[in-house]
Design a protein around this ligand. Structure first.
Ligand code: XMP
Length: 319
């Protein structure tokens, strides 16, 4: 396998995009490594571009503010479209996981294309598109949907592995926070709770995610091998727990999904990352401080890819 040459990739991308597109390109970003690197490539190419961040309402606590400030520090002019109300109302009453993803995608598409058409923009850029054969689309909107509206899609990091995208990000001078950021799905916290959307659930999963992220940051050496870790709020009957006042209470269950990469048979596998007892207990205690949270469970189900010979198994996300 030949080594990935970041400089060559950047130079070739810049020449190609500069030569082929003179009109304005809108790049929709989330603050993640794929879309931020894509934006940095457009900046490097010195083309006419605009950076847009859609506030879907399913971002993490303070995330919009942090992404906005990071882009401004990097010298970009970031425009935020606050569409929380639209997303919340579109997703109210929907509990089927596939339907949640579909409605999210349609809502995103409708709002985004409306903006593009109103502003007479034909070109959009976005991070990597990847589909698996279960129609789980890892993109807020697939290229095909935009093409139907005669919009043209550029994917500056198309086909690159996450590791190579991280190398590009570093070469382009993006901060370590972006380069090393754990994957976070486009539909965000919408994928991180079961059942119908309501503001209480969103608030609980937002707080739990904040606690887990802060915990990882505090113990970053220990978690350096962890590919992804996040909480998921179950949608099930309340369970019993004992609160700090020694009262018997009813509460919700939070699952912790922690994954690491392992090279086996020359292939990257994603397997559970086991947290040692001491840290696990600390994390449980922190999460149990949340109102109505009655139990913390650790998910040890192996991740398998579609088409894998080992069956059954699970995906990383729950939706
Ligand atoms: P699964 O759940 O399929 O996830 O094992 C594999 C990786 O992809 C991420 N993921 C997404 N990323 N939009 C994204 O940008 C999505 O809709 C999406 N769904 C899953 C997941 O977090 C994991 O890293």
């Amino acid at each position: 396998m030949t080594e990935f040459d970041e400089e060559k990739y950047i130079a070739e991308f810049c020449t190609k995009v500069k030569k082929s597109i003179s009109e304005k390109i809108v790049i929709s970003v989330s603050g993640g490594v794929d879309s931020t690197t894509s934006a940095a490539l457009l900046k490097q190419a010195n083309v006419n571009y605009e950076v847009l961040l859609m506030d879907t309402g399913y971002m993490r606590k303070n995330e919009i503010r942090e992404v906005k400030s990071m882009f401004s520090q990097l010298g970009y002019n970031l425009k935020v479209l606050d569409k929380k109300k639209e997303f919340y109302s579109a997703l109210t009453g929907i509990s089927d996981p596939k339907e949640k993803r579909n409605v999210f995608r349609e809502t995103y598409f409708e709002i985004f294309t409306k903006y593009l058409i109103e502003n007479n923009i034909k070109y959009i850029a976005q991070g990597t598109q990847f589909w698996n054969n279960q129609s789980k689309i890892y993109h807020n909107c697939p290229t095909e949907m935009f093409n139907r509206q005669k919009l043209k899609v550029i994917e500056p990091v198309k086909g690159l592995s996450k590791n190579n995208i991280r190398k590009l990000a570093k070469k382009l001078g993006l901060p370590a926070k972006v380069v090393n950021r754990m994957p976070f799905p486009g539909p965000g916290l919408l994928l991180r709770f079961g059942g119908e959307f309501n503001l209480n659930k969103l608030e609980t999963i937002q707080k739990a995610t904040f606690i887990v992220d802060r915990f990882i940051e505090k113990h970053k050496n220990y978690f350096s091998e962890c590919y992804q870790i996040f909480p998921y709020l179950c949608d099930c009957s309340p369970i019993t727990y004992i609160d700090k006042n020694n009262e018997g209470m009813l509460g919700v269950i939070i699952l912790i999904r922690a994954i690491k990469q392992e090279i086996k048979d020359n292939e990257i596998k994603y397997v559970p990352f086991q947290i040692e007892e001491n840290l696990r207990e600390k994390l449980i205690l922190e999460l149990m401080q949340l109102k109505n949270v009655g139990r913390i469970c650790f998910d040890m189900t192996p991740k398998i890819g579609f088409g894998s010979k080992v069956k059954p198994g699970a995906t990383i996300e729950y939706i």
